[in-house]
Design a protein around this ligand. Sequence first.
Ligand code: G3P
Length: 217
Amino acid sequence: MKFFVDTADVSDIRALADSGLLDGVTTNPSLIAKSGRKMAEVIAEICALTPGPVSAEVTATDAETMLREGQYLRGIAANVAVKVPLTEAGLKVCRALANDGTKVNVTLCFSAVQALLAAKAGAAFISPFVGRLDDIGQDGMQLIADTVHIYRNYGFATEVLVASVRHPVHVLQAAKLGAHVATMPPATIRALYKHPLTDRGLEAFLADWKKTGQSIL
Ligand code: G3P
């Protein structure tokens, strides 16, 4: 399973890239706004920090402007994946960009038939938002199960990029279902390392080791 980080904070991305566990980055207009920086600058900087795909999202809603925005964004760096919304215009642009060899991430997916449309439109990634479905009392992870199932039925190459991930249990469930990618905020990636028994066990080992008076080096 690939791990992407869902942020436009360059210092967080740099630290996570150093961990060797980072496979890509996703951003959205809200995350760019939170960074307080110019989109083209921040995307270029992120693309230099990771060889993996970096999703940069269009903000137009009509197909013609969206296509021009997508062409501009993919020109920023070779590893930009253009993110488009799951709308009729978005999927039209997805097909046009995919035909030109651009990786497209289709975002704001909330149903399995929407995911089917994105795969038919040639998306490299589909982003179903599990947390936002859970927030309204629906089962976000069922959408992942259905999408993985449908894509396997037809051999679609589109990767299921689980988005709106809020906690480690989402990551566990997505991995069990065979989703290709999970994108998470930096704090959620860091939470994956944590277990109280690891901390307690390490503390005991180190206390016993101290009693020996030895040092390895
Ligand atoms: O980037 C899209 C997605 O991951 C947003 O997550 O927590 O705002 O629903 P969230």
